[in-house]
Write a protein that binds this ligand. Structure first.
Ligand SMILES: Cc1cc2nc3c(=O)[nH]c(=O)nc-3n(C[C@H](O)[C@H](O)[C@H](O)COP(=O)(O)O)c2cc1C
Length: 370
């Protein structure tokens, strides 16, 4: 049985353990998307994760989703991220950056642009902007030139991420953002080649990013069947095996599945057809040590190589220590502060009391020896 606390590797990159901090947008960047020193502190606190996938960063201005999210398309963004990666490296951590284009999830009040999308199908409901919640706008259908420019922006953003000190990047093709909008039938109503084959845009973006920085530095995040952000794929069971087959020859660092259920036939099918590293992000029934432990073990037993966790890392800078000791987890104190604010609800989640944790470590080691 694979133990998630034991060392692992991602290609040639050694990892201290098999747990990955999942990408989480925390909206603490400067107004122009530049990462701040507070963000460097937050990520360095969590450097004991085997791998950190840093939150979504936009590859261009039009792809911006919400206020104070991060970006990676100017020298200033690169300099800001460099301070983050330096802090994490100094603390012994490894880090990828997620690259995300919002597509229809965006608003002129936030980005200064009419959002772009595969088809002019608006996000239902409202969207959070610097002026509070506003009705969404109808996105502009991407032309062939828009598509070429966006693919190129992803590749340039990936080069900038490497320049900023990241080990690699994760292309965000999940959770209803631009690439997922191309994959899903209800948001991609195109009649050109990108509509006939809805996997085409994701494959083109990933191939361009892999050509820019090397496939061993590139992962892809997918959320098969997830209906978040108004997505209806329509043909999940056909779509994802086709997408995975098209991505396979690229020789990527990893495939990352959201809402991974080790019992689901599609999970098993994707695992069987993906020869490379598979990162699985489970659905946790509750945020407890036992739930994390059980979910991680079940996924590793079902063939996942690494397990990604979001909220457990958000609320526990010393998650690895707590899992080693079987110690309780901090609760998320204020859901609002997950996406807004400064240090409160961000860098002030406490680590275990040092004395208490060394006492329980001794007890735990003693129990193991006995
Ligand atoms: C505050 C917050 C921000 C998130 N931001 C992102 C993001 O930027 N990119 C992404 O792919 N997923 C994002 N997610 C989803 C997480 O990566 C993860 O899939 C989800 O939280 C489920 O894992 P968990 O139960 O371990 O938290 C976010 C989740 C949370 C709670």
């Amino acid at each position: 049985m694979t133990n998630f606390l034991e060392p692992a590797a991602l290609g040639r990159l050694p990892l201290a353990n098999r747990l990955v901090m999942a990408p989480m947008t925390r909206n603490r960047a400067a107004d122009d998307g530049t990462p701040t020193d507070l963000m460097a502190e937050y990520y360095a606190q969590r450097a004991t994760a085997g791998l950190i996938i840093a939150e979504a960063a936009t590859p261009n201005a039009v792809g911006r989703t919400y206020p104070n999210i991060t970006a990676i398309h100017t020298p200033g963004h690169v300099a800001g991220w460099r301070r983050v990666t330096d802090a994490v490296r100094e603390a012994g951590g490894r880090m990828f950056l997620q690259i995300q284009h919002g597509g229809r999830i965006g608003h002129p009040a936030t980005s200064g642009h009419t959002p772009l999308a595969p088809s002019p199908v608006p996000l239902p409901d409202t969207i959070f902007t610097p002026d509070g919640h506003r009705p969404t706008v109808v996105p502009r259908e991407m032309t062939a030139d828009d598509i070429r420019a966006t693919v190129a922006d992803f590749a340039t953003a990936a080069r900038r991420a490497v320049e900023a000190g990241f080990e690699g990047v994760e292309v965000h093709s999940a959770n209803g953002y631009l690439l997922h909008q191309f994959l899903a039938a209800n948001t991609n109503r195109r009649t050109d080649a990108y509509g006939e084959d809805r996997t085409r845009f994701t494959v083109e973006v990933v191939a361009a990013v892999a050509a820019a920085i090397g496939p061993e530095r590139v992962g892809v995040r997918l959320s098969p069947g997830l209906t978040v952000n108004g997505i209806e794929e329509g043909d999940t069971e056909r779509l994802y095996p086709a997408l995975v087959a098209a991505l396979r020859p690229l020789g990527l660092a990893y495939l990352h599945l959201v809402h991974a259920d080790p019992e689901a036939p599609l999970f098993r099918r994707i695992r069987a057809s993906w020869p490379g590293t598979l990162i699985a992000n489970p659905v946790l029934p509750e945020l407890t040590t036992r739930a994390v432990d059980t979910a991680a073990r079940r996924l590793l037993d079902a063939g996942a190589d690494l397990v990604a966790l979001g909220r457990p890392f958000l609320a526990n800078p010393d998650l690895m220590t707590r899992l080693r000791l079987g110690a309780p987890l901090n609760e998320i104190r204020d859901r609002y502060l997950m996406y807004v604010g400064g240090a409160t609800g961000y860098t002030d989640y406490p680590a275990l009391d040092a004395q208490a944790s060394s006492a329980s470590m001794v007890a735990w080691e003693g129990a193991r020896v006995a």
